[in-house]
Write a protein that binds this ligand. Structure first.
Ligand SMILES: [Ca+2]
Ligand SMILES: [Ca+2]
Length: 252
């Protein structure tokens, strides 16, 4: 982007120099080899320089930046929440090769046709998913066209040849707070002091166990709390800060 605008600025400056600040008309005619004298006057040299710069800018503009192309195939009428980094997404997906449409994987065919859970923004699978599945509603269907750099790259994988552009059709069924999302932290931080005490973590675990019908076991829970603090309380101050808790998102 910045290179393109820099290019445009240089072009403008160069055009002004070649044309005395007027128009670009006649540049191509004047720049044709037949019309060019052996010793070029300064004006012609400037015109040639401008033409070369123009060619460089145009060819630069023709090399597209690799991006994930997102097409929304259908969207639900009501969308209460959109996906964000750290969320857990329940989804069905099918993957195809762009070059001939071969399907290389589909959640409808594998794992008894069960949808999969995927955590957004932590490089769990390919980067193309992290990039292409943000701001999505439950019930939405998308088609992602993913360049190799955000898919399986130079090596490829299994049925996917090296340097393949891949297409995924994805249906998002459900969005849940990821275990490390900001929302989960807020839910756990009962006294809103932006850090989690052992009591707050204990309370949260009890609630979660209750929700999923897991039998409550004090010793097990205490071990879990200890384990969590051992791993997460990096500065050993007895609290898990929001910084310690939340995913440290890598640059996608
Ligand atoms: Ca707290
Ligand atoms: Ca801490």
């Amino acid at each position: 982007m910045s290179e393109a605008s820099g290019c445009m600025q240089r072009l403008r400056g160069s055009a002004a120099a070649a044309q005395g600040g007027k128009t670009c008309r006649g540049l191509t005619r004047g720049g044709s080899p037949a019309a060019m004298p052996l010793v070029r006057p300064p004006q012609a040299r400037r015109a040639l320089a401008f033409a070369l710069l123009l060619a460089a800018c145009v060819s630069g503009a023709l090399i597209p930046e690799p991006e994930v192309k997102v097409e929304v195939l259908s969207k639900p009428f009501i969308c209460q929440r959109k996906t964000k980094l750290g969320d857990m997404l329940l989804m069905h997906y099918s993957g195809f090769l762009d070059k001939d449409g071969t399907m290389f994987h589909s959640s409808h065919k594998q794992n008894n046709g069960q949808p999969i859970w995927f955590t957004l923004g932590i490089k769990e699978t390919i980067q193309g998913w992290d990039r292409g599945l943000q701001n999505m509603c439950a019930g939405e269907k998308r088609k992602l066209t993913i360049p190799p750099v955000y898919a399986y790259g130079k090596k490829g994988k299994g049925k996917i040849p090296p340097e393949s552009i891949v297409i995924f059709e994805i249906e998002l069924l459900e969005i849940r707070n990821g275990p490390r999302s900001h929302d989960s932290f807020m839910e756990m931080d009962l006294n809103d002091d932006w850090k989690l005490s052992r009591d707050e973590v204990r309370h949260y675990l009890r609630k979660e166990f209750e929700k999923y019908g897991v039998p409550q076991n004090e010793t097990h829970q205490e071990n879990l709390v200890k384990d969590i603090f051992d791993h997460e309380d990096e500065d050993h101050d007895g609290f898990i800060s929001s910084r310690e808790f939340t995913y440290k998102h890598d640059e996608l």
